[in-house]
Design a protein around this ligand. Structure first.
Ligand code: HEC
Length: 146
């Protein structure tokens, strides 16, 4: 009997840290830098795709210009270098899920506090958001002028 208790204690000494480690890993599942929204997996970006850039520019000039410029503040923040200050996943989620982002994501909350206007969902799908991201990448690498 004594031996068994020792054994049990030993097993716990090994298992407990493993369980705690697993729990700490699973809570990392919400990657803060990705923001909150449909994009949860890390994105692998290819070299800039010109067709997507052209599509992104078109969408931007219809759905985003009312509130954004690149060089100066308008209703929302200037978007020049946004791909340098934020992760692509975060940018996608801000475009696809702006309201929840300003409620739950630390960075987006801070922007809302600063700009005092809620960015609204512009009825874009994942492909549209992806094209917009490509356009921002091209602008930030000075491949196109906004
Ligand atoms: C009604 C005005 C409005 C419209 C329309 C709008 N935005 Fe915004 N945007 C904002 C505001 C304001 C913020 C700052 C966060 C907030 O307060 O909601 C913001 C934040 C952002 C950010 C984060 C900027 C940073 O510095 O991190 C990105 C990226 C962005 N918008 C992209 C877009 C795109 C792309 C579109 C078009 C599909 C768009 N926005 C349409 C007002 C707008």
């Amino acid at each position: 009997m004594k031996l068994n208790i020792k054994l049990i204690t030993k097993v716990f000494a090994v298992v407990l840290p493993l369980v705690l480690f697993a729990i700490s890993l699973s809570s990392c599942g919400d990657n803060e830098e990705f923001g909150v929204g449909p994009v949860k997996e890390e994105m692998k970006l290819e070299p800039i795709n010109d067709n997507m850039v052209a599509r992104g520019k078109e969408i931007f000039n219809v759905k985003c210009v009312a509130c954004h410029k690149f060089d100066v503040r308008l209703v929302g923040p200037p978007l020049k270098d946004v791909t340098k200050r934020r992760r692509p996943e975060w940018i996608m989620n801000q475009i696809l899920n702006p309201v929840e982002m300003t409620q739950k994501d630390k960075t987006s909350k801070e922007l809302f506090a600063q700009y005092l206007v809620q960015m609204t969902f512009q009825d874009v799908n994942n492909l549209d958001a992806r094209a917009l991201l490509e356009y921002f990448r091209a602008v930030d690498e000075n491949k196109v002028t906004p």
